[in-house]
Design a protein around this ligand. Structure first.
Ligand code: AMP
Length: 199
Protein backbone atom coordinates (compact mmCIF):
# COMPACT_ATOMS: atom_id res chain seq x y z
CA UNK A 1 0.00 0.00 0.00
CA UNK A 2 1.30 3.49 -0.82
CA UNK A 3 0.80 5.70 2.22
CA UNK A 4 1.19 9.45 1.87
CA UNK A 5 4.34 10.40 3.73
CA UNK A 6 4.37 13.94 5.05
CA UNK A 7 6.46 14.12 8.22
CA UNK A 8 9.94 12.62 8.43
CA UNK A 9 11.45 12.04 11.85
CA UNK A 10 15.22 12.58 11.91
CA UNK A 11 17.36 11.25 14.73
CA UNK A 12 20.93 12.53 14.80
CA UNK A 13 23.72 14.01 16.90
CA UNK A 14 23.29 17.05 19.15
CA UNK A 15 27.08 17.55 19.17
CA UNK A 16 28.68 20.76 17.90
CA UNK A 17 32.15 19.20 17.77
CA UNK A 18 32.04 16.83 14.83
CA UNK A 19 33.90 16.72 11.55
CA UNK A 20 32.35 18.99 8.94
CA UNK A 21 31.18 16.11 6.71
CA UNK A 22 28.48 15.16 9.25
CA UNK A 23 26.96 18.65 9.25
CA UNK A 24 27.20 18.76 5.46
CA UNK A 25 25.13 15.58 5.14
CA UNK A 26 22.66 16.82 7.75
CA UNK A 27 22.22 20.06 5.81
CA UNK A 28 21.84 18.24 2.52
CA UNK A 29 19.24 15.94 4.03
CA UNK A 30 17.34 18.97 5.39
CA UNK A 31 17.49 20.62 1.97
CA UNK A 32 16.06 17.50 0.31
CA UNK A 33 13.35 17.04 2.94
CA UNK A 34 12.15 20.60 2.34
CA UNK A 35 12.50 20.49 -1.44
CA UNK A 36 10.55 17.23 -1.65
CA UNK A 37 7.60 18.73 0.23
CA UNK A 38 8.16 16.98 3.56
CA UNK A 39 8.31 18.34 7.11
CA UNK A 40 10.76 17.34 9.83
CA UNK A 41 10.02 15.93 13.27
CA UNK A 42 13.08 16.09 15.48
CA UNK A 43 14.36 16.67 19.00
CA UNK A 44 13.68 20.39 18.87
CA UNK A 45 17.04 21.89 19.73
CA UNK A 46 19.40 24.30 17.96
CA UNK A 47 22.39 22.02 18.46
CA UNK A 48 24.68 20.02 16.21
CA UNK A 49 23.47 18.00 13.26
CA UNK A 50 19.91 18.34 14.57
CA UNK A 51 19.70 22.03 13.81
CA UNK A 52 21.93 21.78 10.75
CA UNK A 53 19.23 19.54 9.29
CA UNK A 54 16.10 21.22 10.67
CA UNK A 55 17.16 24.76 9.71
CA UNK A 56 17.62 23.63 6.09
CA UNK A 57 14.17 22.05 6.10
CA UNK A 58 12.78 25.40 7.22
CA UNK A 59 14.78 27.33 4.62
CA UNK A 60 13.40 25.06 1.91
CA UNK A 61 9.70 25.29 2.62
CA UNK A 62 9.18 22.48 5.14
CA UNK A 63 7.74 22.78 8.63
CA UNK A 64 9.81 22.05 11.74
CA UNK A 65 8.14 20.05 14.50
CA UNK A 66 10.21 19.79 17.68
CA UNK A 67 9.59 17.44 20.60
CA UNK A 68 11.62 18.04 23.75
CA UNK A 69 11.44 16.74 27.30
CA UNK A 70 10.95 19.10 30.22
CA UNK A 71 14.47 18.60 31.54
CA UNK A 72 16.16 19.88 28.40
CA UNK A 73 13.88 22.91 28.34
CA UNK A 74 14.83 23.65 31.96
CA UNK A 75 18.48 23.33 30.99
CA UNK A 76 17.91 26.27 28.64
CA UNK A 77 17.52 24.59 25.24
CA UNK A 78 15.82 26.96 22.79
CA UNK A 79 12.38 26.06 21.54
CA UNK A 80 11.32 29.17 19.60
CA UNK A 81 12.97 27.90 16.42
CA UNK A 82 10.21 25.34 15.78
CA UNK A 83 7.00 25.93 13.81
CA UNK A 84 5.30 23.63 16.28
CA UNK A 85 6.77 22.61 19.59
CA UNK A 86 5.65 19.71 21.78
CA UNK A 87 6.74 19.54 25.39
CA UNK A 88 7.21 16.01 26.71
CA UNK A 89 7.49 14.95 30.32
CA UNK A 90 10.44 12.65 29.77
CA UNK A 91 12.39 10.70 27.15
CA UNK A 92 9.80 7.94 26.84
CA UNK A 93 6.77 10.02 26.00
CA UNK A 94 8.97 12.19 23.81
CA UNK A 95 9.77 9.19 21.59
CA UNK A 96 6.12 8.18 21.60
CA UNK A 97 5.13 11.66 20.37
CA UNK A 98 7.82 11.67 17.69
CA UNK A 99 6.54 8.29 16.52
CA UNK A 100 2.91 9.41 16.60
CA UNK A 101 3.40 12.47 14.40
CA UNK A 102 5.85 11.03 11.86
CA UNK A 103 5.37 8.85 8.78
CA UNK A 104 9.01 7.90 8.17
CA UNK A 105 12.28 7.78 10.11
CA UNK A 106 15.83 8.64 9.11
CA UNK A 107 18.65 7.82 11.50
CA UNK A 108 21.81 9.81 10.91
CA UNK A 109 25.13 9.56 12.76
CA UNK A 110 24.72 10.16 16.49
CA UNK A 111 25.67 9.18 20.00
CA UNK A 112 23.80 7.33 22.71
CA UNK A 113 20.67 9.47 22.37
CA UNK A 114 20.39 8.61 18.69
CA UNK A 115 21.16 4.95 19.32
CA UNK A 116 18.39 4.72 21.89
CA UNK A 117 15.87 6.33 19.53
CA UNK A 118 16.94 4.05 16.69
CA UNK A 119 16.70 0.87 18.79
CA UNK A 120 13.16 1.66 19.88
CA UNK A 121 11.96 2.29 16.33
CA UNK A 122 13.70 -0.87 15.12
CA UNK A 123 11.91 -3.05 17.67
CA UNK A 124 8.57 -1.30 17.06
CA UNK A 125 8.83 -2.34 13.41
CA UNK A 126 10.20 -5.79 14.20
CA UNK A 127 7.10 -6.49 16.28
CA UNK A 128 4.72 -4.93 13.77
CA UNK A 129 3.62 -1.90 15.78
CA UNK A 130 4.71 0.33 12.92
CA UNK A 131 5.10 -0.18 9.17
CA UNK A 132 6.81 3.08 8.24
CA UNK A 133 10.21 3.24 6.51
CA UNK A 134 13.31 3.38 8.70
CA UNK A 135 16.40 4.55 6.86
CA UNK A 136 19.92 4.52 8.27
CA UNK A 137 21.90 7.25 6.57
CA UNK A 138 25.40 5.89 6.90
CA UNK A 139 27.46 9.08 6.47
CA UNK A 140 31.18 8.35 6.24
CA UNK A 141 30.52 4.67 7.05
CA UNK A 142 29.74 5.74 10.62
CA UNK A 143 27.46 2.77 11.25
CA UNK A 144 29.56 0.08 9.52
CA UNK A 145 30.54 -1.58 12.80
CA UNK A 146 26.99 -1.50 14.14
CA UNK A 147 25.68 -3.04 10.92
CA UNK A 148 28.36 -5.72 11.21
CA UNK A 149 27.16 -6.36 14.75
CA UNK A 150 23.59 -6.69 13.45
CA UNK A 151 24.91 -9.49 11.23
CA UNK A 152 26.33 -11.18 14.29
CA UNK A 153 22.97 -10.85 16.05
CA UNK A 154 21.33 -12.72 13.18
CA UNK A 155 24.14 -15.18 12.53
CA UNK A 156 24.16 -16.25 16.17
CA UNK A 157 20.35 -16.49 16.08
CA UNK A 158 19.51 -13.72 18.55
CA UNK A 159 17.20 -12.46 15.81
CA UNK A 160 16.13 -14.03 12.58
CA UNK A 161 16.89 -13.18 8.98
CA UNK A 162 13.65 -11.21 8.70
CA UNK A 163 15.08 -8.55 11.00
CA UNK A 164 18.19 -8.12 8.86
CA UNK A 165 16.29 -7.94 5.57
CA UNK A 166 13.05 -6.10 6.24
CA UNK A 167 13.35 -3.53 8.97
CA UNK A 168 15.91 -0.96 7.92
CA UNK A 169 17.24 0.40 4.67
CA UNK A 170 20.85 1.60 4.65
CA UNK A 171 21.53 4.64 2.46
CA UNK A 172 24.94 6.05 1.61
CA UNK A 173 23.77 9.54 0.72
CA UNK A 174 20.93 11.91 1.70
CA UNK A 175 19.58 11.65 -1.85
CA UNK A 176 19.42 7.86 -1.59
CA UNK A 177 17.61 8.15 1.76
CA UNK A 178 14.97 10.51 0.37
CA UNK A 179 14.59 8.48 -2.85
CA UNK A 180 13.83 5.41 -0.75
CA UNK A 181 11.15 7.29 1.18
CA UNK A 182 9.71 8.77 -2.02
CA UNK A 183 9.22 5.26 -3.41
CA UNK A 184 8.36 3.40 -0.22
CA UNK A 185 5.53 0.89 -0.35
CA UNK A 186 4.18 0.02 3.06
CA UNK A 187 4.11 -3.73 3.76
CA UNK A 188 0.60 -5.20 3.50
CA UNK A 189 0.92 -7.15 6.71
CA UNK A 190 2.85 -7.09 9.97
CA UNK A 191 5.56 -9.71 10.62
CA UNK A 192 4.24 -13.15 11.57
CA UNK A 193 5.14 -14.88 14.81
CA UNK A 194 7.31 -17.22 12.73
CA UNK A 195 9.21 -14.30 11.18
CA UNK A 196 9.85 -12.73 14.54
CA UNK A 197 10.66 -15.76 16.65
CA UNK A 198 11.93 -18.59 14.46
CA UNK A 199 15.68 -18.71 14.24
P1 AMP B 1 23.04 12.17 20.79
O1 AMP B 1 23.01 11.20 19.66
O2 AMP B 1 23.45 11.56 22.09
O3 AMP B 1 23.74 13.45 20.46
O4 AMP B 1 21.52 12.56 21.02
C1 AMP B 1 20.81 13.12 19.98
C2 AMP B 1 19.41 12.57 19.95
O5 AMP B 1 18.86 12.56 21.28
C3 AMP B 1 18.53 13.45 19.10
O6 AMP B 1 17.93 12.74 18.03
C4 AMP B 1 17.52 14.05 20.08
O7 AMP B 1 16.21 13.59 19.83
C5 AMP B 1 18.00 13.64 21.47
N1 AMP B 1 18.77 14.73 22.15
C6 AMP B 1 19.95 14.59 22.78
N2 AMP B 1 20.42 15.77 23.28
C7 AMP B 1 19.51 16.69 22.96
C8 AMP B 1 19.40 18.11 23.19
N3 AMP B 1 20.32 18.80 23.84
N4 AMP B 1 18.31 18.72 22.73
C9 AMP B 1 17.36 18.04 22.08
N5 AMP B 1 17.41 16.74 21.84
C10 AMP B 1 18.46 16.04 22.26
Amino acid sequence: MVKKIKNICVFCSASDFLEEKYYEDAKELGFLIGQNGYNIVYGGSTLGMMWACASEVKANGGKVYGVMPQKLVEMGCRTDNCDEFYLAEGMRDRKAKMDEISDAVIVMAGGFGTLEEFAEMFVQKQLGYIKKPIVVLNTNGYYDKLLEFFNQIVNEKFANEFARKNIIYVAKTPQEAVDYINNYIEPERVPSKHEIYSR
